[in-house]
Write a protein that binds this ligand. Structure first.
Ligand SMILES: [Zn+2]
Length: 162
């Protein structure tokens, strides 16, 4: 579980390092987010160069400290940012089911599309409840290494009235 989390975060960092925006529109796939497999909220490093790295808890003199393994320093509780990912069962346009991960920026877009707001909390149950309330969620998406990197969908009806 912990190893898997680290792998995903590493994948995310790699994904952001290699820029290939030019063919993004062509590579959109159609699918439906069917079910939520898991959510993982965590404290992340606020420094932009660390790309939301997950902070590791360490104990020193009976106190718990958060350290960023990317830049190597302790991050205070106040400075740490909440980040998360969710893993979904996704039905693709050819009827197959795969599972894909979406990180916080994508999750926020899903909520915006339904005119809802995602609670930024470390409480998994609240996040699971909120995300599940959006499903099933048909969309078009850009995928890389098992991760949803971009989404495209119709806005909620209330946005179309204007
Ligand atoms: Zn850092």
């Amino acid at each position: 579980m912990t190893l898997e989390t680290d792998d995903i975060i590493k994948n995310e960092a790699l994904g952001q390092l290699s820029e290939d925006d030019d063919s993004e529109e062509d590579s959109l796939k159609a699918g439906t987010l069917l079910g939520l497999i898991e959510v993982e909220p965590y404290s992340s490093c606020p420094m932009s160069q660390c790309k939301n790295a997950k902070l590791k808890t360490e104990e020193k003199d009976g106190k718990y400290l958060l350290r960023c393994h990317k830049h190597g320093q302790i991050v205070t509780d106040d400075a740490a940012e909440l980040y998360m990912y969710a893993r979904f069962h996704v039905q693709t346009s050819d009827g197959k089911i795969c599972n894909l991960v979406a990180f916080l920026p994508i999750l926020k877009l899903l909520f915006e599309a339904k005119s809802k707001k995602l609670n930024l909390t470390l409480d998994k149950q609240i996040i699971e409840r909120d995300i599940s309330s959006l499903l099933p969620f048909p969309l078009r998406y850009h995928e890389k290494n098992g991760k949803i990197e971009g989404v495209c969908f119709k806005r909620a009806a209330s946005h179309l009235d204007t």
